[in-house]
Design a protein around this ligand. Structure first.
Ligand SMILES: [Ca+2]
Ligand SMILES: [Ca+2]
Length: 370
């Protein structure tokens, strides 16, 4: 085809600009966009955090695109199994958590004393964030609306209920994130956009507990936890600033630390636990007084599995359960394992309860009252 052929002209021009010019325009606007993102990130975060975030970018993009591949269950043996059995001699109760070991995130339950395992959900959707009711008889959890949703997306989840054995599954509320029980077990509190919502379990009636005021930064979706007194609300704002808001007085106290997230109350609001993104392995579990003061490190496990996330106190407040990865970060993709530890004992006594090379996340532990 000759250069002066009219067909060539038609092919080589788009939107009135020759192709090579258009290529430059795309490259220049891409570069400008990258620079803008970088400037915004630098304004919000330290250089180290920006570098870390850029390093995590491929994993983060992959998480948005589709589910992680399935891993392999490696049944514990020898000292690993002994440690798990030792746990069963010390407490009777159940651990629940979400895992993609059957190809899709489902919720599983283990009887700590007998090591009997049960799969509680079985459907093509993602199920996670299971939380025992105060009496341990029911579980509230999240189910994705489309079949696959990354846990980075906060708006495509419904709040579901089931009995502790997986029976009677029903949807309690639409478009909620990170649901938790009220202290009396009559209601569930969850995040929805800029609101914190309370839904009555019996009637399904909803009311707004907290409407993010204009003076607060945007709530980072999901990181909300209302204390047992119904007044102290822990939440994380964009940029990694955690706060505890006194709803009656309208005053806010900081949740101290760098890049804090995932606040969770100990029973009776004895203290608040949360993740701080510093420490061995890049994260650690912190504990502070209910007003956010006197922060101290609660758990920063020595050894390779020290990228801690998903902290939760057992119903009696005596044990901590969480997930920890040795590498990788994405919460629904990386190889997290579930750990249990009794408060006050040496960190090294923590017991690893999962042995699966895929993703295990968001556990809870209910201990039968003696
Ligand atoms: Ca750590
Ligand atoms: Ca795992």
């Amino acid at each position: 085809m000759a250069d002066d052929d009219p067909r060539w002209k038609e092919r080589s021009e788009t939107n009135g600009k020759p192709l090579h010019q258009r290529g430059w325009l795309i490259a220049a606007s891409g570069l400008a966009m990258f620079a803008l993102v970088l400037v915004v990130m630098l304004r919000m975060q330290s250089i180290e955090k920006v570098v870390e975030n850029i390093g995590n970018l491929p994993e983060r993009v992959a998480a948005r695109m589709g589910p992680a591949g399935q891993g392999e269950v490696l049944p514990p043996a020898g000292p690993q199994l002994q440690a798990i059995r030792g746990l069963g001699e010390r407490l009777s109760g159940h651990i629940i958590w979400s895992s993609n070991r059957d190809g899709n995130h489902e919720i599983y339950s283990i009887n700590v004393a007998t090591l009997e395992k049960q799969r509680l959900t079985d459907n093509p959707h993602v199920d996670f964030f299971a939380r025992f009711s105060p009496h341990g008889r029911r579980i509230v959890f999240l189910r994705s609306r489309p079949e696959y949703v990354s846990v980075r997306e906060a708006l495509d989840w419904d709040v579901w209920l089931m009995n502790a054995d997986g029976s009677n599954q029903r949807r309690l509320a639409e478009r909620g994130f990170y649901p938790r029980w009220s202290a009396d077990g009559n209601a569930v509190i969850f995040g929805r956009g800029q609101h914190v919502v309370r839904v009555d379990v019996a009637s399904g009636q909803e009311s707004i507990v907290f409407d993010n005021p204009a003076d607060a930064a945007q709530i980072r979706f999901g990181d909300v936890a209302l204390g047992a007194d119904g007044n102290r609300l822990a939440l994380v704002l964009e940029g990694g600033n955690g706060v505890i808001r006194d709803l009656e007085a309208g005053v806010t106290a900081p949740l101290r630390g760098e890049y804090v997230c995932q606040p969770t109350w100990a029973p009776h609001d004895a203290f608040i636990a949360y993740i701080e993104a510093v420490g061995h392995g890049g994260t650690r579990v912190m504990r502070a007084r209910p007003d956010g003061s006197m922060p101290e490190v609660l758990m920063d496990l020595p050894g390779e599995n020290s990228h801690e996330y998903f902290p939760q106190l057992s119903n009696n407040g005596e044990w901590l359960i969480w997930g920890a990865a040795s590498e990788g970060h994405e919460h629904d993709r990386a190889d997290y394992e579930i750990f249990v530890w009794k408060l006050g004992e040496p960190w090294e006594s923590a017991v690893r309860v999962t042995y699966y090379t895929g993703n295990d996340m968001w556990p809870d532990l209910f201990i039968e009252p003696r």
